[in-house]
Design a protein around this ligand. Structure first.
Ligand code: GDP
Ligand code: MG
Length: 724
């Protein structure tokens, strides 16, 4: 009988070594993208092209198997717990020295390793020579040369991995200093219940005093004698000793196997970089690139597509068609209302963003894979690091000025988990396109159209991002430096069209799925609250101009006291602001329309000119500005919340993000109202005192010293050391 065996192959390598490119080449379209259980690190799995019994797993990019970043923990846990049948270790041939640091660790795991030296097209172009035979002998495992981008050698790499899968592993050939080897041997001897081929790995980890290795071991031998001995001889901590040994070993390999072209010519890529990363030109060029992208995806092509989807497809085509259909079926009024005003309108509003997003995603995917994004991150990193974000956070925030949803989703390009979470939490602070009508409304109704209101809104957004970055960074949760910038800049090249389209679709599709589930559900609930209520003591469905009798209005009324400190209570109409905030959760442009309905106008212009008078009668300008700030900072629309939930991939983190945003919005709006009222001569009261205390508390959080970090969060210092 022939048994069909399934084989699992893991792709491991440094960030940017070409793993994803290889993964796509090997799996074609048979792939699954998700997150690792419980963490937001991207998980990609796929079936090998032409051999569906082989599963390929793309591990997160890592520099070492130490557990200092979440990525490292995820990759390591996968390798130890799931023990794949073989590992393809992708090594960037143009950066071979740094890449081999991880290789020397992977080889110790007791799993067959095939080393795939990638970017051979560039290596050849540079005129460098790498001897694969010598490399194979020096590392004690098979080595193949590939170009993931051109697709050369990748089938061979996969074949070798499949052939090696589950085979007995050759003993590790490398030798560290004799004293270190002696210690490894004696610790290995203590490891009774560890399989022979994994002993070296665990012995090294124990000697390094790896804090998390105990999770993988049933019993922990006492190795303090060995550690003490080594530390005495080398006058250094064991972790540094072993890191150093690895580098000595790698240096000897490089000397034997690699011949660098001395007369290396300046490549086109170098020439482009001279201009693009130039001290003075970098930022203007970047601004220009982003402006062009923005212009095309938001104003011209994307804007046109979105307007068409919103106004024509979900305006003139689908709703009448659905209405006719429902009429002809003799559908009940309430059901028609639910389907048309609830589902079609709600989901339509969300899907309306899709074309724009897809256009934007194409550009992003292009910039990402041609190599420019890495430069942008590099350029912005110095600035962003000052307030705890990484250079890569800039892109999501910038995109967030158009729409928070693609902005949040663009945070995927941030490899480091903490940096990404922080970016997800702060991206929607920047005013998005849908918040512009609220700005126009407040500016028009209270501030004589002053452009300073829009400017102020932007400043609030930017200040919220910067101060959140600093404040969160000082909490235990986010402590530690942003992931250090050790990434090598890949050479520029023309990306493959397939890869760009796939990346666009992956992002777009996951958004569409969201629109079909959580957004749909929230829309239905809110529709119900808005459409039903009590008219003359009988519960019934309401007409559009009876919103003030709805359940939502009742809830708004009951909850209005919450907003009293924000000054939304003038003339007992505070509940209208509360209701507007809630309907703003469907889509922020609803805020203006809701005021229209509440003040008795069926139809209002985008800036809500009809309600200016009514609004000015129930709020002071200071309260109105606070109201604006609240809407800018509080939980974003359902679509963006869906994106946050997906990207966080953890319900606790999702609520933390939403809670933080709403709390910040509340505190900001309250301080604006209370202090603004005081300074405009509105008198002094309890509220003023509370606001002053809140400001002091805020300043404390902003300026207090950084927290001590635990070892998992120490990647900054440690990693920098590891990669020298
Ligand atoms: P990952 O971070 O390891 O997943 O790396 P990616 O697959 O995203 O690749 C990083 C960059 O290197 C991308 O711009 C790729 O197009 C590029 N790249 C990958 N493989 C090759 C290759 O063989 N040759 C060249 N010239 N570029 C490559
Ligand atoms: Mg990748």
């Amino acid at each position: 009988m022939v048994m069909r065996m399934t084989v699992k192959i893991a792709l491991a390598g440094n960030p940017n070594c070409g793993k994803t490119t290889l993964f796509n080449g090997l799996t074609g379209s048979n792939q699954f993208v998700g997150n690792w259980p419980g963490v937001t690190v991207e998980k990609k799995e796929g079936k090998l092209r032409g051999n569906h019994d082989v599963t390929v797993v793309d591990l997160p990019g890592i520099y070492s198997l130490s557990p200092y970043t979440l990525e490292e923990v995820v990759a390591r846990n996968f390798l130890i717990n799931e023990s794949p049948d073989a590992i393809i270790n992708i090594v960037d041939g143009t950066n071979i020295e740094r890449n081999l640091y991880l290789s020397t660790q992977l080889i110790e795991l007791g799993i067959p390793v095939i080393i795939a030296v990638n970017m051979m097209d560039l290596v050849n172009k540079n005129g460098d020579k790498i001897s694969m035979e010598k490399l194979s002998a020096a590392l004690g495992c098979e080595v193949v040369e590939i170009s993931a981008l051109k697709g050369t050698g990748i089938q061979q790499a996969a074949d070798r991995a499949v052939a090696a899968a589950g085979k007995k592993v050759r003993p590790v050939v490398h030798k560290f200093d004799t004293e270190v080897e002696k210690a490894i041997t004696s610790v290995s001897a203590m490891l009774k219940d560890v399989p022979e081929e994994q002993k070296r790995f665990f012995a090294v980890k124990l000697l390094e005093q790896d804090s998390r290795i105990r999770e993988h071991m049933s019993s922990l031998p006492d190795v303090s004698r060995e550690i003490g001995h080594l530390e005495e001889i080398f006058e250094d901590d064991t972790e540094s000793i072993i890191t150093n040994e690895r580098y000595v070993y790698i240096a000897s390999i490089i000397k034997d196997c690699v011949v660098k072209n001395k007369k290396r010519t300046v490549t086109t890529s170098d020439r482009i970089d001279k201009v693009v990363t130039n001290r003075w030109l970098a930022l203007p060029i970047f601004a220009l690139v982003m402006f062009l992208i923005y212009y095309v995806s938001v104003t011209t092509v994307g804007g046109f597509l979105t307007d068409w989807t919103n106004d024509v497809l979900f305006g003139e085509i689908i709703p009448p068609a659905v209405e006719n259909l429902l009429e002809s079926m003799g559908c009940a009024d309430w059901l028609q209302g639910l389907i048309l005003d609830g589902i079609v309108a709600g989901v339509g509003a969300v899907l309306g963003f899709v074309p724009q997003m897809l256009v934007l995603f194409i550009f992003l995917a292009f910039l990402e894979s041609c190599g420019y994004m890495a430069r942008v991150a590099f350029i912005m990193d110095r600035i962003f690091r000052k307030f705890g974000l990484s250079g890569k956070s800039f892109i999501p925030i910038l995109i967030g000025t158009g729409c928070g949803v693609p902005g949040i989703m663009a945070s995927r390009t941030i490899e480091n988990d903490r940096d990404r979470k922080m970016t997800i939490m702060t991206t929607t602070f920047i005013p998005c396109g849908a918040k512009l009508p609220i700005i126009a409304l407040i500016a028009g109704a209270f501030f004589n159209h002053s452009g300073a209101v829009a400017w102020g809104a932007w400043m609030i957004g930017i200040a919220a991002i910067v101060s959140s970055g600093i404040i969160l960074k000082k909490t235990k949760m986010f402590a530690g430096d942003p992931a250090p910038f050790v990434m090598e800049l890949p050479a520029y090249h023309m990306p493959a069209a397939g890869a760009v389209l796939r990346s666009m679709w992956e992002r777009g599709w996951s958004f569409i799925k969201k629109a079909g589930t959580i957004i749909l559900l929230s829309t239905i609930v809110l529709w119900f609250f808005m459409s039903f209520g009590w008219i003359e003591d009988s519960f019934s469905m309401l007409e559009a101009d009876q919103l003030d009798s709805s359940i939502l209005a009742k809830i708004g009324g009951a909850a209005a006291w919450i907003f009293t400190p924000l000054g939304w209570t003038q003339a007992g109409e505070g509940w209208k602001m509360a209701v507007a905030v809630v309907t703003g959760l469907i889509a922020k442009e609803n805020v203006v329309a809701t005021f229209g309905m509440l003040f008795g106008f069926a139809e209002v212009a985008e800036d809500g000119i009809e309600v200016w008078g009514s609004l000015a009668a129930v709020m002071t300008p200071v309260a109105a500005f606070g109201f604006l700030a609240f809407n800018l900072l509080c939980a974003p629309c359902f679509a963006a919340m869906g994106a946050i939930k997906r990207e966080m991939n953890h319900i606790g983190w999702f609520w933390f993000a939403i809670g933080y945003q709403t709390l910040l919005a509340y505190v900001t709006a309250m301080c604006i109202y209370q202090l603004g009222t005081f300074f405009t001569g509105g008198g002094f009261g309890v509220g003023t005192v509370v606001a002053v205390l809140l400001v002091i508390g805020f300043l404390y959080l902003l300026f207090r010293p950084y927290q001590a970090t635990d070892s998992l969060n120490m990647d900054g210092g440690r990693l920098a050391k590891a990669v020298k």
